[in-house]
Design a protein around this ligand. Structure first.
Ligand SMILES: Nc1ncnc2c1ncn2[C@@H]1O[C@H](COP(=O)(O)OP(=O)(O)O)[C@@H](O)[C@H]1O
Ligand SMILES: [Mg+2]
Length: 254
């Protein structure tokens, strides 16, 4: 497949909860080998958008397409079969299992079972270097993320949705995660969509970003172009949460 081909998209997506619009008219397109950032202050609707893209929520309006096929009504597991994978904001692992047991469960989650070799391959791709007998519950945040990512990667997904993969990581670990995201996009040709509320974190990894504010797509372009966009700056400076204000300060171009 050509790297310029759209593999995954949504069109005019709207979502209301109890009559309150949380997303309105959001469209995006993702291509293999590309990291697409989805940014916006807390409450902008980023996680809700990922719930819709992954199939956990049905939108009140609009479509989700993969390989040009309308998958808006397809349940999660069927999307997974098509090559769509998703990680969550908090890296929840089965605390009582060992790393080896987590891999085994992941290998047997779909038919036909994947091989131990495929699990090893995936662990290697994300740089997970912990013994198989280590308890998953004893892993730090970065290794938890690596473990969960390896469990997805062993199925060779073509589209990967990641909700705030840098949450809870210290700076050096954020660099590690950035490296993994870039690797998955460039070397494994995955279309990587990443949610992040801190704009500055996306400059290093995303070719393109879309900016959501109060459910609306207010800007789209290279990270640097959107940093300078007055509407984006206003959205961050007017955000009434501490996080929003902090993100705005950190987003100030050097
Ligand atoms: N299941 C739900 N029911 C009602 N409101 C919701 C639900 N999920 C999210 N929201 C609301 O939608 C808005 C966007 O939330 P969210 O998508 O989590 O934003 P973000 O991930 O950008 O911080 C928030 O105001 C949130 O309170
Ligand atoms: Mg969120």
């Amino acid at each position: 497949m050509s790297l310029n081909t759209t593999i995954f998209e949504c069109r005019d997506v709207g979502m209301s909860f109890g009559g309150r619009a949380v997303l309105d008219g959001v469209s995006l397109e993702a291509r293999p080998g590309e990291v697409l950032g989805v940014v916006g202050p807390n409450g902008a609707g980023k996680t809700t958008l990922f719930e819709i893209l992954s199939g956990r929520l049905r939108p009140t309006h609009g479509q989700v397409l993969m390989d040009g096929r309308d998958i808006t009504a397809l349940p999660l597991h069927q999307r997974a079969r098509m090559g769509l994978a998703r990680t969550y904001q908090s890296p929840v692992v089965p605390e009582a299992l060992t790393v080896g047991e987590v891999f085994k469960a992941a290998r047997q989650a779909f038919r036909p079972y994947l091989t131990a070799h495929q699990a090893e391959w995936a662990a290697h791709q994300v740089g997970l270097a912990v013994p198989l007998h280590a308890p998953a519950g004893g892993l730090g945040t970065l290794d938890r993320r690596r473990l969960l990512l390896a469990c997805l990667l062993m199925r060779k997904p073509r589209v990967l949705l990641m909700d705030e993969p840098a949450a809870g990581l210290i700076n050096a670990e954020v660099d590690e995660i950035d490296g993994i995201l870039r690797y998955m996009a460039r070397e494994l040709s995955v279309a990587v969509l990443v949610v992040e509320h801190r704009l500055e974190l996306l400059a290093a990894i995303a070719e393109r970003v879309i900016v959501l504010d109060a459910g609306l797509l207010i800007a789209e372009g290279s990270p640097h172009a959107v940093f300078d966009n007055p509407r984006v700056r206003a959205a961050y400076f007017e955000a009434d949460t501490d996080d929003g204000a902090m993100a705005a300060e950190q987003a100030t171009p050097a």
